[in-house]
Design a protein around this ligand. Structure first.
Ligand SMILES: [Zn+2]
Length: 311
């Protein structure tokens, strides 16, 4: 069979027409289209076109897919179901501060492994790995700037840094931030996003609870407002201390807020937990929150609060 004939056959097989009319074509010949002549994948790895990482994001709640840029423009909230994606301190500072202008404070404080603690790996190694993987110095970043024209100091946790755990650096940063607020008479906001105390710092981590609370009470004495925003997740030592003590306590929708996790509670009380247990809506219904605020309304709401409290 010459080449032209081959091509004709090809065309007709594509369109499903039978070129030879009454010719009986055997079943095996018909299905030859689907027969693999060479086995295996023949494209070499270097020729493969890969989709760049992180170009698309799938919502974990409703499976809606959009581009990273779209998600960023929507303040990292799912455009389809309003699921609030977890973001870090950099994103919150950009979202909240006017013209994204702010000054970072106390960035030079770093954690130290004074207990020589080893769990799955030495704490010192864990810290070094986290520093090299992220641009973060610790699980909390502090910055000062203007929100809707009002001065505000924001201390925001990063879940990326050892689960946003409360260690001695976070405690020290909160205290120094509170001192800064006292000195300049500026309101204070803590954005919580933490799994709880940092077990690698053991008792030193727990000491941060009374330490931070003592300092925050000085703000209260000086009549400087302190706001708390609980985001997904707010657990353990943070819930047991400063996250639940603000003059105003707010939360993002659907955020998990609690002390011990649902699994631990279920195993302890041996009962099924109610629907939506420990979600911000549930916590709000039980009187622990003042209100729930969507991320897109957060800046406006803070502006209103600052106006109410400071003028
Ligand atoms: Zn969604």
């Amino acid at each position: 069979m010459d080449n032209t004939k081959h091509l004709e056959d090809f065309e007709h097989k594509l369109t499903g027409e039978d070129l030879h009319g009454e010719d009986v074509v055997e079943a095996s010949e018909r299905s030859s289209w689907f027969r693999r002549h060479k086995k295996g994948i023949l494209t070499s790895t270097s020729e493969k076109r890969e989709t760049p990482d992180g170009l698309w994001v799938k919502c974990p709640s409703c499976r809606f897919t959009c581009t990273v840029i779209e998600l960023k423009e929507n303040l990292y909230v799912c455009p389809s179901c309003n699921f609030h994606h977890r973001v870090g301190s950099d994103e919150y500072f950009d979202i909240l501060f006017d013209n994204k202008e702010f000054k970072r404070l106390f960035d030079n404080i770093k954690s130290k492994d004074y207990l020589n603690f080893t769990d799955l790996k030495p704490y010192k190694k864990r810290l070094e790995e986290t520093w090299s993987k992220t641009d973060l110095h610790d699980s909390m970043s502090v910055a000062v700037g203007k929100v809707d024209g009002f001065d505000l100091v924001i201390a925001c946790m990063d879940f990326e840094f050892i689960g946003g755990s409360l260690g001695s650096v976070m405690g020290e940063k909160i205290c120094r931030a509170a001192d800064y607020c006292l000195e300049h008479r500026i309101p204070f906001l803590i954005i919580s996003k933490s799994g709880g105390a940092r077990m690698m710092e053991s008792a030193f981590s727990l000491m941060q609870l009374p330490k931070t609370l003592g300092r925050l009470s000085l703000l209260s004495d000086a009549k400087i407002p302190y706001f708390s925003l609980c985001t997904d997740p707010t657990f353990g030592g943070t819930t047991a201390s400063f996250s639940m003590l603000g003059d105003v306590i707010m939360a993002e929708p659907g955020a998990l807020i609690g002390f011990a996790g649902p699994r631990v509670i279920k195993e302890t009380i041996k009962k099924d937990l109610p629907k939506g247990f420990q979600r911000s809506e549930f916590v709000m219904d039980h009187g622990f929150l003042d209100f729930i605020v969507d991320r897109k309304d957060l800046k406006t709401k803070l502006g209103q609060l600052l106006k109410l409290f400071t003028t």
